[in-house]
Design a protein around this ligand. Structure first.
Ligand code: TGC
Ligand code: FAD
Length: 390
């Protein structure tokens, strides 16, 4: 057998189909050209300076809702979508988040639960990047326990009136439409709230130390009056938003593997060129141990993502398997980012190298879409049959 490739040690990429490889290469080239040279500046600035331009580029690339069928979406397979997420997050978690929130949360909610008219009105424009969506589930007092939400939607004649506050909403202040989850007399339902609706405001969250190349906002709804057809008619109960989360969590399984790969690659390059005590630091046993540890995490993450993707493509992926991937791959990426940062010495704390930026981003990735603890409890419940959430 040939010696393993340090960039794909277990030859995982060799098992991809030609179409999957094409999609991976297209997104990788786009990221190398358009994202990687700019993202450190965006992180430094704490924003994405031209989010509409970026949305249009992502739309042209075909990654918004690329795993959805119809309505201008590409209808790609789960592995193909995952590979796109991996390449985007190898650039920055905030950029994968942009795509996750648009495609796996906002578009997925409309695709799963929307009326024909809602789908036709929003999905083609969102796929093209001409309209931006956000997904408002979390509230200031309701994060891991979304069932405790306080946002209420009450009927007033044929209208709905929404009151409440959503917090930590990615793209909340730039979105053309917010998918807002609210408690009604019939349980939790989803609503489409267009930007500019009277009573609806968004306030940007400043001074974040993580996911800085991403826009995060608070959504305030004060007596927001919506027509009857703002309701997503197919949504019913907490299971509706949670089923969208499974889609976005799946993207994170791959994305985290991308952040880990980027950190490992950076550390390997750095270790081979940086010299101390008359040798490249890669020649020291302790550095080689770090590279070996990172190599294992990076390749195991890729295998985990691919297996979960293959299950999903077969229509046979359980949400607990997605929890497994989110739990395992985000923790692995955090270990890799921290180790890679140490290999870079002082240079590792700057934005000249990607490692601390990834390490800081991964604090968010470990928190959103179900914290590490929530996924540990989901796995604990899956293997014992006992719920320890309450
Ligand atoms: P529980 O009683 O277990 O469940 C209520 C109903 O929901 C169903 N369900 C699910 N359905 C689909 N997918 C899942 N993953 C589901 N988990 C539960 C369940 O079967 C039940 O249905 P039914 O018909 O019996 O009523 O609910 P619980 O209140 O005990 O909570 C369970 C828990 C803790 C697992 C859940 O609430 C949870 O996942 N909490 C974490 C919240 C979270 O992940 N929030 C993320 C917000 S969005 C975000 O972070 C976007 S980040 C941007 C980016 O991705 O880049
Ligand atoms: P809490 O739920 O208050 O948790 C605090 C700590 O307690 C955590 O360690 C948690 O694991 C632990 N904990 C909670 N319950 C238990 C338990 N039963 N057992 C053991 N430990 C427990 N939300 C959206 O709806 N849309 C978005 O677009 C979005 N984007 C985000 C972007 C960023 C940058 C960030 C940081 C968050 C975003 N979120 C979004 C919110 C995210 O989903 C929540 O932060 C997350 O669900 C956790 O909620 P919380 O922050 O309120 O923490």
């Amino acid at each position: 057998a040939a010696a393993p490739d340090p960039h794909d040690f277990l030859a995982v990429d060799g098992t991809l189909s030609p179409e999957e490889r094409d999609i991976r290469d297209t997104v990788r080239d786009f990221a190398a050209r358009e994202l990687v040279p700019r993202v450190a500046d965006w992180f430094d600035a704490g924003t994405i300076p031209d989010p509409r331009g970026l949305a249009k580029s992502f739309g042209d690339l075909g990654v918004f809702g690329m795993h959805l069928e119809g309505y201008g979406c590409a209808g790609a397979g789960a592995v193909a979508y995952g590979l796109a997420c991996r390449e985007l997050e190898a650039a920055d978690s905030g950029l994968r988040s942009f795509v996750s929130v648009q495609g796996s949360l906002a578009m997925a909610a409309i695709h799963k639960f929307g009326s024909e008219k809602q789908k036709a009105d929003w999905l083609p424009r969102m796929a093209a990047g001409e309209a931006i969506g956000c997904f408002g589930l979390t509230e200031p007092d309701s994060g891991s326990d979304p069932g405790s939400m306080r946002t209420r939607a009450r009927r007033d004649g044929s209208n709905w009136v929404l009151d409440g506050t959503k917090m930590w909403i990615t793209n909340g202040s730039i979105a053309d439409v917010a998918v807002v989850w609210a408690a009604t007399d019939d349980g939790i339902r989803g609503f489409l709230v267009p930007a500019g609706t009277p009573g609806f405001t968004a306030n940007v969250v400043h001074r974040k130390l993580s996911l800085r190349a991403s826009i995060t906002a608070e959504l305030v709804l004060e007596g927001v009056r919506l027509p009857a057809d703002a309701l997503l008619p197919g949504s019913r109960g907490l299971g509706s938003p949670l089923s969208c989360l499974n889609e976005a969590r799946y993207g994170i399984v791959w994305g985290a593997a991308g952040a880990a790969r980027a950190c490992y690659e950076a550390a390997r390059d750095y270790a081979l060129t940086r010299e101390q005590f008359g040798s490249p630091i890669a020649a020291f046993q302790l550095t080689q141990r770090k590279l070996a540890d990172m190599l294992v995490d990076v390749n195991q993450s890729a295998l985990t993502a691919l297996q979960i993707g293959r299950l999903k493509d077969r229509g046979d992926c359980h949400r607990d398997q997605v929890s497994f991937g989110k739990f395992a791959n985000v923790a692995a990426a955090q270990r890799v980012a921290r180790t890679a940062r140490s290999v870079h010495g002082a240079n590792g704390i700057t934005l000249e190298y990607p490692v601390l930026r990834h390490m800081l981003n991964l604090e968010t990735v470990a928190t959103y879409e179900g914290t590490e603890e929530i996924h540990a409890l989901s796995l604990g419940q899956a293997v014992t049959g006992i719920s320890a959430f309450r």
